[in-house]
Design a protein around this ligand. Structure first.
Ligand code: SF4
Ligand code: SF4
Length: 373
């Protein structure tokens, strides 16, 4: 049936093939539909057109410094937990040209005036939406709003998905960010074997869904979805005790644990690049070898990069101990004073993708234990 009385807060049962038509409608409305896709034995976020591009029957298995995918024969598309990529690449691109200059007689400057792409993000997890909300606080401040981020964020369509099978590195329950969505999406999917339950979160979401064919969900189906979400909440792989975290970290800058972790950390920057909330960037000039053209780019940077803290007279964080400590005390400490929220959503990416297997939950627990001993 097509129920024209659909309203914000409604939940309907959408046959899975209808998702293809919903994405086609989004594209007709000038959205680029981007979502999870299997590539090079991992999941990347890239342009997708429909079910055929989604990772069908794929489960992920994540542990410190370990990621692998398992193929099942299930007709399910969102059972995996996201890999290293996050949605921040679409709102805060890793590399973005600010302006370019070319020498044609005199130097000519050209601003980058390319229109911002309009993205429909397909399959955003609750922790990932929490990360977008955190980046909103960073890039859309009252006193300064970043034009690159703003132009992409304003045109965004968010199709969320509830996580039903958290991985061993997930701890969104500890951070209060998941696994179930509560607000901030246009549409939210909960995937069952036969159908997607779709919750309407905005007028835009309502109008896109209204064109599709769906049913009212039976009590049995709704009950199954609720039970699956409750199970997911109870099966977090990790926990983090967040009590008084900013005070704990910022008042124990001389804890021995900083020395211990610095012997393992490679300062490779992986944790910051995969983190959906890290936001540091640098401006670099890329000149051609003949000196006839150049462009200035904004590129992601990392507080683990030795050059990041280089100032006149020397490096303010000359060793790995000071860089790791800066990262953790910012993310789980001073970030709160700066943005009124902690900088971690419990997605677990930094645990999975750290080549040394350093686990942020273990580091916090170790510092807490040392302080309390
Ligand atoms: S610090 Fe780690 S667990 Fe927290 S949001 Fe960043 S990548 Fe995810
Ligand atoms: S904590 Fe791990 S991922 Fe982060 S810089 Fe150190 S070695 Fe790299």
């Amino acid at each position: 049936m097509t129920d024209k009385t659909l309203f914000i807060g409604s939940t309907v049962a959408l046959p899975k093939p209808e998702l293809d038509l919903l994405l086609a409608d989004l594209r007709k409305n000038d959205y680029q539909t981007v979502g999870p896709h299997m590539q090079d034995e991992s999941i990347v976020y890239t342009k997708i057109e429909g079910l055929k591009d989604l990772p069908r029957g794929i489960l992920s298995e994540q542990n410190p410094a370990s990621y692998r995918m398992l193929q099942t024969d299930k007709d399910r598309y969102f059972d995996f937990i996201p890999a290293n990529q996050s949605w921040k690449q679409f709102l805060f691109p890793p590399r973005h040209t600010l302006f370019s200059a070319s020498k044609e007689g005199k130097w000519q400057l050209k601003e980058n005036d390319e229109p911002a792409p309009r993205y429909a993000l397909i399959g955003v997890r609750a922790c990932e939406l929490a990360a977008i909300n955190i980046q909103d606080k960073i890039f859309l401040r009252e006193d300064f709003s970043d034009p690159i981020y703003r132009s992409r964020r304003e045109g965004l369509f968010i199709m969320a998905v509830n996580c039903l099978d958290p991985d061993a590195t997930c701890f969104c329950v500890s951070m209060g960010t998941g696994p179930r969505h509560t607000a901030g999406f246009d549409l939210c999917l909960t995937e069952l074997d036969e159908v997607f339950l779709v919750e309407v979160g905005s007028e835009l979401g309502r109008s896109m869904l209204a064109e599709r064919t769906y049913d009212l969900p039976s009590a049995f189906v709704q009950n199954a979805a609720n039970q699956a979400m409750d199970r997911a909440t109870r099966s977090m792989g990790r926990t983090m005790d967040t009590r008084d975290l900013p005070e704990l970290l910022t008042t124990h800058l001389d804890a021995d644990r900083w020395n211990v972790v610095s012997k393992r950390c490679l300062s490779c920057t992986n944790c910051t690049l995969v983190c959906p909330t890290c936001f540091c960037w640098d401006a670099v000039d890329q000149a051609d070898i003949l000196g006839k053209s150049t462009r200035r780019e904004r590129v992601w940077d990392s507080c683990f990069n030795p050059n990041y803290s280089f100032v006149v007279g020397g490096n303010t964080r000359p060793n790995i101990r000071s860089r790791y400590r800066q990262w953790l005390t910012h993310k789980l400490g001073t970030w709160k004073a700066q943005f009124d929220v902690l900088g971690c959503v419990g997605c677990g990416r930094c645990i999975t993708w750290c080549p040394a297997g350093i686990d942020i939950t273990e580091e916090v627990a170790a510092i807490r234990a040392e302080v309390n001993s």
